[in-house]
Design a protein around this ligand. Structure first.
Ligand code: SIN
Ligand code: FE
Length: 291
């Protein structure tokens, strides 16, 4: 098993042959990690200072930029924060350019979501195994139901001192789901309605979200699976960009510091092969619609 697909792309705005676009799309939707080892995110000399934990407000793991311009999780003077925002915004812009060049068929349906700068060294969250991203998982968030919409993420290791970001990448989504889906339960409609009314969820949790959350928790909670399931270790070296559907690719962040990340969302109807979407995989296994 090797779910990594490397491409020699070294610009954020590359001109690609159609055959490369096809290979990229096939690999991405097929559940691979697209690895671009020659695509660095260049910091300006005056931005190097942001590679420090001291800019974090320490309340959140990440410093994040909302599409509406709101910067969260950072502290500093107004000038510092404006410069940091500009750096993160540049990563957002370059990521958007990159996706539009690599996956042009997505452009009409793609929504730009949050950008994050992750200044802390990866650590296991012992407080809760559900929040522990050193355990393999496919992304699913309790307060943020996607209702089946895909989570596409562009990561970059911006470490200045040669330190890799180390991930484990697990088996294909369908193989994990075949093992764990039978252990999940259906959703009570009242429960979903109530969580929306109480603002526990930002939008209504669908049965899809409910099953995905249970898969997320069951997989993270299964020590034997974490240790023995098919998986590969990956070192993303500084200057590497990688792209994944994080709702599909099983991943765990083992170590590393200073990473950039841009999230996009895409409806299942925007995929070339909708049957590869977790929504369609789970629906096929259960034999009915989940949204
Ligand atoms: C995750 O998405 O689970 C964490 C990725 C990372 O921090 O490298
Ligand atoms: Fe994750």
């Amino acid at each position: 098993m090797d779910l990594l697909r490397e491409f020699a792309i070294n610009q954020w705005n590359p001109s690609l042959d159609l055959s490369i676009n096809q290979q990229l799309l096939e690999a991405l939707e097929g559940g691979a990690v697209i690895v671009l080892p020659q695509l660095a995110f260049n910091l300006l000399p005056e931005e190097q200072r942001f590679l420090s934990e001291n800019w974090s407000d320490k309340n959140s793991k990440n410093i994040s930029l909302r599409p509406n311009g709101g910067l969260r999780g950072a502290i500093g003077t107004d000038d510092d924060l404006a410069s940091m925002r500009a750096m993160i915004q540049r990563y957002a812009n370059q990521s958007e350019q990159l996706i539009s060049k690599l996956f042009p068929s997505y452009t009409p349906n793609l929504t730009v979501a949050n950008t994050s700068f992750r200044p802390f060294e990866v650590e296991a969250r012992v407080s809760s195994y559900r929040k522990d991203d050193t355990r393999l998982h496919a992304d699913a968030f309790p307060s943020n139901p996607t209702q089946g919409t895909r989570l596409l993420r562009v990561f970059n290791n911006a470490n200045p001192s040669g330190q890799a970001r180390v991930w484990r990448v697990g088996e294909p989504f369908g193989q994990m789901a075949a093992k764990f889906l039978p252990k999940t339960k259906a959703l009570m409609p009242m429960q979903a309605w109530l969580m929306k009314q109480l603002h526990i969820t930002k939008r209504t949790r669908t049965e899809y979200d409910h099953r995905m959350l249970q898969l997320h928790d069951l997989v993270k909670g299964d020590i034997d699976y974490q240790k023995n399931a098919p998986q590969q270790w990956v070192n993303f070296m500084p200057g590497t960009t990688w792209i994944v559907y994080s709702d599909q690719v099983l991943h765990a962040a083992m170590s590393g510091q200073y990473m950039m990340e841009q999230t996009f969302s895409l409806p299942v109807s925007g995929l070339k092969r909708p049957e590869t979407a977790p929504l369609k995989v789970l629906e096929a296994m259960l034999g009915r619609a989940l949204i």
